[in-house]
Design a binder for this molecule. Structure first.
Ligand code: ATP
Ligand code: MG
Length: 268
């Protein structure tokens, strides 16, 4: 951001303000002022571990797998000039929210990357509870524009902001396809200027929420639950995601037969 401020100061000087007056205060880019104003959440590592958030520990074996995913995701986003990702699954409980949180923390370990995570599973919000953030504000009011960024987002790190939800929404699909949702998504992109925006969404086959919201994102990740989701369910979701958005990838979660990652490092 420094180069933007420097350019603005130079432009101001070229207008030739009188010598006696104060030099104009450098204007901060909008996204910096919004990030500066976000309240900071206090997180408990023990609580996060209980929620299966493993990407805080640099040496965690599963954390390494998320880091590999992070790098692939970032490469695809940058190649295509994309920022927003929907995270969904065929059925409930596949691990969407856990993946969204772990991916968000893993991405935030890259200081050149700004991340916003929004709990848009309007029927069953869990992100706040997983993080141990009490009394989240209702995200419906943020989507409708009656609550501010400062009231709705918490800063978990200097480059990671999360909007949790304290109240399920009755008409979730209707809200997700409303003009207010479009305006909200645009504002998040413009005001926070994140490199990556993760939307934690509900399962696809349970309701039309995901289909309603997909036009607002650049791409989607499908989390498939091993030994639960059938090939037919996966194919149906892949078809919907590919026809309404870009399918960034399919992740097989809760797989008992995963090959153990080889530890690699200098610590022994
Ligand atoms: N890889 C995994 N191995 C074992 N348990 C997991 C794994 N990923 C997630 N879980 C657990 O499965 C449960 C459901 O996970 P999570 O809440 O992330 O799923 P979800 O898809 O967001 O669910 P919902 O559809 O209800 O929103 C949680 O108890 C979580 O800790
Ligand atoms: Mg969830």
């Amino acid at each position: 951001m420094e180069h933007i401020r420097t350019a603005m100061q130079k432009a101001g000087a070229s207008f030739g303000s009188p010598r006696t007056s104060e030099p104009p205060a450098p204007t901060k880019p909008l996204q910096e002022t919004v990030w500066d104003a976000l309240p900071v959440a206090r997180l408990s590592p023990a609580h996060l571990e209980g929620s299966r958030i493993v990407t805080l520990d640099k040496n965690h074996q599963v954390g390494v797998a998320y880091d590999m995913l992070r790098t692939r995701v970032l490469q695809r986003l940058r190649e295509n000039n994309w920022t927003s990702i929907a995270i969904t699954s065929p059925t409930a409980g596949g691990g969407k929210s856990s993946l969204a949180l772990n991916l968000a923390f893993s991405l935030s370990n890259r200081p050149d990357c700004r991340i916003a995570l929004l709990d848009f599973d309007l029927r069953c919000p869990t992100i706040g509870t997983s993080l141990g953030i009490p009394a989240s504000s209702p995200i419906e009011e943020f989507i409708r524009g009656t609550r501010s960024f400062e009231q709705s987002f918490k800063k978990l790190k200097d480059n990671l902001a999360v909007a949790t939800n304290g109240r399920p929404v009755e008409f979730a699909a209707e809200l997700l396809q409303s003009p207010e949702a479009v305006r909200c998504v645009t504002e998040v992109r413009e005001k926070l200027s994140p490199d990556v925006i993760l939307y934690d969404l509900p399962p696809m086959l349970a309701a039309d929420d995901v289909m309603a919201f997909l036009p607002n994102v650049d791409c989607a990740i499908l989390v498939v639950e091993a030994e639960k989701n059938t090939p037919e369910q996966v194919a149906a979701c892949e078809y919907e995601l590919s026809s309404r958005s870009k399918l960034l990838g399919v992740i097989l979660n809760k797989c008992r037969h995963a090959v153990e990652a080889q530890a690699y490092g200098y610590g022994g």
